[in-house]
Design a protein around this ligand. Structure first.
Ligand code: C2E
Ligand code: MG
Ligand code: MG
Length: 593
């Protein structure tokens, strides 16, 4: 509609006046306005006015307070109750000023005194009343929005963290009074960062909204879903009998998410990890419950994502240990408390040792040896992976340099790296420096990286690895088969070898499909002209199966456990002596030939 048309729309006036004479006067005054149009509905009583308001909207009500069926302020109140948004202008007699003032206090927009026959005055009063009313409404909307935004997340319209904590306090008090329980669910979308990076932020936002809607749909009316920021959500479930109710909601959320969803134009498959803490069992303050639900969520992630976990004291102990280790890892790196153990890698076809994998170890003053499964993740979280990783490469190169030739052949050393370490800092430079410093041929260094790690950094590490590979350094995909197993991508990756994950080797003789998987991995590797190394080989039967299916390289307790650098060196020296003296091969090699 054009603005001209809008200007010419007549102003709809509900004239509530029992006196036909006064009504006629008002009407005459208003109809005689240059450039302004009024359109009237005349009601002679309050009852009639109320009925009109039921069926029609008016721009303004012109009201005489003294009517046959109502008088004074109660007329105004009842009218306002029926049409709160419509501005009201009171018509009073000249002796009714007090009433008029009270009417203004009770919500009338303005008043006009009957008998003043100024045609502009009445029209102006109506116009101003309409405008003032509109401004007030806009202000009120703005205030409401401000209040809403202060307590809600603007993207999903869910409650925000402060409001959530406030509600949780109330829920806990109510539960104490009623002898019921409260559950706090802490939710985190799995691999959200990856999704965001791949499909873009707009799709990421759509996924967050989608999850918010799923939460809204999965909980009861008086439960509170909230967004804490990023991809973290939380839910309060009130009035529970026991933890099973929380389980039901967690399952319902997973079920609703459990099919491909449309986010903008993309079909996405969203999963979520949920941690659950219960009041009063797990904590006595809102903050504590949230922290414990968070701990449980974190453990759920570690255990393989997509599902829920309840908080338990055991988890708490693990979380505390994590926290303690987090605080000390930086010092450990600086003080050189990180060392490497070395585990032999063998060529079963030739029956000889080809090198060793360097496995990081932290010797903690009080806790003893701590394994990489625990501290590598901490190093990543704490941003220590780059210096820690560089230190391990240093140690590995230094060790390899000290190893004697076996049968005239140099041994290689394999080092585990994570994509984050490769992507951040000057990875190529730091590897080259380590090689130079210890005068190690690049061919003697192999970098092991997991598929999932490589995929998670969206290819950022691939360039660095390609460059190192051009300089002669070898690259292997670690734990193959457990991550995305993106076979298509494998062709494009700068890779020399793949390491079959030990979980498949362990399951070779179970009824599972592991044997078939191992077979197809070996076949695939051959087709792509890659070496295969099986990890975690513990029994002769496993070795035979693998070898007969074409896997030439192996590593595992059958051939040797990881040992400190000095012990590994001693083994090598003994082996060399034995070889020189023509003594039969030591146990390592007997087992592989
Ligand atoms: P990985 O690279 O797959 O290393 C093999 C793991 O399996 C090692 O555990 C090794 O001790 C263990 N293992 C070897 N043979 C056998 C066997 O026959 N049976 C069984 N049950 N286990 C066997 P570890 O040393 O605890 O290392 C765990 C993971 O930590 C490694 O898995 C690797 O992904 C990571 N890691 C180790 N050192 C480093 C490092 O310096 N940097 C980084 N980023 N990650 C590392
Ligand atoms: Mg490895
Ligand atoms: Mg592995």
């Amino acid at each position: 509609m054009s603005s001209r048309a809008a200007v010419h729309r007549p102003t709809r006036v509900l004239l509530v006046e029992d006196s036909a004479f006064d009504a006629r006067v008002a009407r005459a005054l208003l109809l005689d306005q240059p450039g302004e149009f009024f359109d009237f509905q005349w009601a002679r009583s309050l009852d009639e006015a109320l009925r009109s308001l039921e069926h029609e909207r008016f721009d303004v009500v012109l009201l005489d307070l003294t009517l046959p069926d109502s008088s004074g302020l109660s007329t105004l109140r009842r009218l306002r109750a029926a049409a709160a948004d419509t501005p009201i202008v009171i018509m009073t007699g000249s002796d009714d000023r007090d009433l008029a003032v009270n009417a203004l206090k009770s919500g009338a927009q303005d008043f006009v005194v009957k008998g003043i026959r100024d045609r502009r005055l009445l029209a102006r009063a109506l116009r101003y009343a309409i405008e003032r009313n509109r401004t007030l409404q806009l202000l009120q909307l703005a205030r409401e929005r401000e209040r809403f935004l202060a307590s809600h997340d603007s993207l999903t319209s869910l409650s925000n963290r402060p409001i959530f904590l406030d509600r949780l306090e109330h829920a806990m008090q109510a539960a104490t009074r009623h002898g019921t329980q409260v559950a706090v669910l802490f939710l985190d979308i799995d691999r959200f960062k990856e999704l965001n990076d791949t499909l873009g932020h707009a799709t990421g936002d759509a996924v967050l909204q989608l999850v918010a809607n799923v939460l809204r749909g999965a909980v009861r009316k008086n439960d509170t879903p909230a967004r804490f920021g990023g991809d973290e959500f939380a839910v309060i479930l009130e009035d529970l009998v026991d933890g099973r109710d929380a389980t039901r909601v967690a399952r319902e959320i997973a079920h609703r998410l459990g099919r491909p969803q449309l986010a903008l134009d993309h079909e996405v498959f969203v999963t979520i990890s949920i941690g659950i803490a219960l009041f009063p069992r797990d904590g006595s303050t809102a903050e504590e419950l949230v922290r414990k639900a968070d701990t449980a969520m974190y453990h759920r992630k570690e255990a393989g994502r997509d599902g829920y976990a309840f908080f338990s004291a055991k988890l708490d102990a693990a979380a505390r240990r994590d926290l303690e280790l987090e605080g000390e890892l930086r010092d450990a790196v600086a003080r050189g408390q990180l060392t490497c153990h070395f585990q032999p890698q063998v060529d079963v076809e030739r029956g000889c040792l080809i090198g060793a994998e360097a496995l990081a170890r932290w010797h903690h003053a009080r806790l003893g040896w701590i394994g990489p499964d625990e501290f590598v993740a901490i190093a990543e979280r704490r941003g220590l992976i780059v210096p820690m990783g560089a230190h391990v490469i240093e140690l590995a190169c230094a060790a390899a340099r000290s190893w004697p030739l076996l049968d005239g052949r140099p041994l290689r050393v394999a080092v585990n790296v994570t994509a984050r370490q490769v992507v951040h800092g000057d990875f190529v430079g730091s590897v080259q420096r380590a090689l130079d410093q210890h005068q190690l041929e690049p061919e003697r260094l192999e970098l092991e990286i997991t598929e999932s790690s490589l995929m998670e950094e969206r290819g950022g590490g691939i360039e660095a690895l390609s460059e190192l590979r051009e300089r002669g350094v070898r690259v292997a995909i670690d734990d193959f088969g457990t991550g995305y197993s993106c076979l298509g991508a494998l062709k494009r990756l700068p890779v020399d070898a793949i390491k079959i994950d030990q979980s498949f080797v362990r399951g070779l003789f179970d009824e599972s499909a592991d044997a078939a998987i191992v077979n197809s991995i070996i076949e695939l590797a051959h087709q792509l002209d890659l070496e295969t190394m099986a990890e975690g080989v513990e029994t002769q039967a496993q070795r035979e199966f693998l070898q007969s299916h074409g896997c030439r390289f192996m590593q595992g307790y059958l051939f040797g456990r990881p040992v400190p650098a000095e012990a590994f060196l001693r083994e090598l020296s003994k082996e060399r002596e034995r070889a020189q003296l023509g003594v039969p091969a030591p146990h390592v090699l007997r087992r592989c030939s």
